[in-house]
Design a protein around this ligand. Structure first.
Ligand code: ZN
Length: 139
């Protein structure tokens, strides 16, 4: 999937519902899928600020947009997450990103690390990664 340009990013992130719909389409191309039983009978049950939950109509498992993904416990608003990924893709540091988005530095650092891990995972076995690859430093 190609990354959005800045005008498109701003247009989508100016609206939380649009941002959520955008992320849902990335996660579930053909409709919401329960991460536990893979049923397509799941729906949004709670949508308030960062409390966004879905429930499976088959096994009743409650999950978020990020359950079972690299961003498992991510509690950012959809718009902030899209902007964070955009700034990451532009190569901005975690420090600058945290200042620009008004987010905690360690939160941004953690999410940047998770994004890098996801990129490495999805490129395993390929030679697509070349040049400078920034990796998290574990202390
Ligand atoms: Zn289920």
């Amino acid at each position: 999937m190609a990354l959005m340009d800045i005008p498109t990013t701003f247009k989508i992130t100016s609206n939380e519902k649009k941002s959520l719909t955008y992320l849902e389409k990335i996660r579930w191309t053909n409709g919401i899928i329960c991460p536990k039983c893979y049923s397509l009978n799941a729906k949004l049950i709670s949508y308030r600020d960062t409390n966004i939950y879905y429930r499976c109509g088959k096994c009743y498992f409650r999950f978020t947009l990020f359950t079972g993904t690299y961003l498992n416990r991510c509690k950012l608003k959809p718009s902030k997450l899209i902007l964070l990924v955009k700034l990451f893709s532009l190569g901005l540091s975690a420090r600058i990103t945290s200042n620009e988005l008004g987010l905690n530095y360690r939160t941004v650092l953690f999410l940047f690390d998770r994004i890098r891990q996801a990129i490495l995972y999805h490129n395993r076995g390929n030679d697509n990664l070349f040049g400078e690859v920034e990796l998290p430093v574990f202390r």
